[in-house]
Design a protein around this ligand. Structure first.
Ligand SMILES: Cc1cc2nc3c(=O)[nH]c(=O)nc-3n(C[C@H](O)[C@H](O)[C@H](O)COP(=O)(O)O)c2cc1C
Length: 256
């Protein structure tokens, strides 16, 4: 095993974080009680609650901890109304009290990487390998170069060396980067929806929306993408349209 392999070597560190006990039944209740709610009541959402739920969303796992997400909380009446119409005036949007636009960013990793490096360097006990990971490996892995040329070269190199060696394959194109950013952002979206349920609220994730108008409204650059819009409120009596339905789990759970 290589002495410098950050993934394989276990670094010396003093951090001890025991796994806390979780009430399993409460967790199952939380998961099962999250439904996509399409009708909300007129009851307002406490802003401090929503702020805490969005903070909890940011605790989702994030690829290389590069936090390639953004959450836009529409607070003004004007922005809320605009967003409701951009969400195709779906009842899940029009009856909601709050709307959060969840954005996947393929273009913020360099800035975030630099901030992470600055943070790591302030701590004397940071393993050298961690700094090296962000200084050397991250730029190599996530840079795709102008018109994706660097990514294309990486793809060729990886395909050749990958014949002989186990290697990480993606991301080596702009579309890989989009998948990368949406994966991480979607995990945070799920955190947000579960946190809302735990705080007594409900939500509906929506991809039925005019992403181009929303991007324009938020003055987002071309490379930013709307992952989903999440509407928030208190569940109305008629808010859930039917029993939860899933296809048989053995269609999806494969033991290998
Ligand atoms: C990415 C994504 C986009 C969705 N978009 C919409 C939407 O635009 N409108 C809507 O009413 N529901 C939307 N849903 C909700 C799904 O229809 C819902 O999750 C599914 O029917 C299962 O129901 P459940 O969430 O209550 O378990 C979306 C869900 C996901 C994950």
């Amino acid at each position: 095993m290589s002495k410098n392999n950050i993934l394989q070597n276990i670094p010396k560190h003093n951090h001890i974080e025991p796994a806390v006990d979780i009430d399993r039944d409460e967790f199952i209740k939380l998961i099962k009680s999250r439904r996509s709610v399409r009708v909300f009541t007129d009851e307002a959402v406490k802003h401090s609650d929503l702020k805490e739920c969005i903070e909890l969303a940011l605790l989702a796992p994030t690829s290389s901890n590069l936090q390639c997400w953004e959450f836009y909380w529409a607070k003004s009446k004007e922005n809320k109304e605009k967003l409701k119409s951009y969400c195709l005036s779906q009842s899940a949007a029009t009856t909601s009290q709050e709307l959060i636009v969840c954005v996947a960013r393929i273009d913020t990793w360099k800035k975030n990487k630099n901030n992470i490096i600055n943070y790591l360097k302030k701590n004397d006990s940071t393993p050298r390998s961690a700094i090296k990971y962000y200084e050397k490996i991250v730029p190599f892995v996530y840079s795709q170069g102008p018109f994706g040329i660097f990514g294309f070269l990486k793809k060729i190199l990886i395909s050749v060396f990958g014949v002989f060696k186990v290697l990480p394959r993606e991301p080596h194109s702009i579309s890989d980067m989009r998948v990368w950013a949406h994966k991480t952002t979607a995990l945070a979206c799920q955190n947000l929806m579960l946190a809302l349920r735990a705080y007594g609220y409900d939500s509906c994730p929506m991809e039925g929306m005019d992403s181009s108008r929303i991007k324009k409204m938020l003055k987002l650059p071309k490379k930013a993408e709307i992952c989903m819009v999440i509407s928030v409120g208190k569940r109305a009596k008629n808010g859930v349209y039917g029993e939860r339905f899933r296809l048989k789990s053995d269609e999806f759970i494969k033991v290998i």
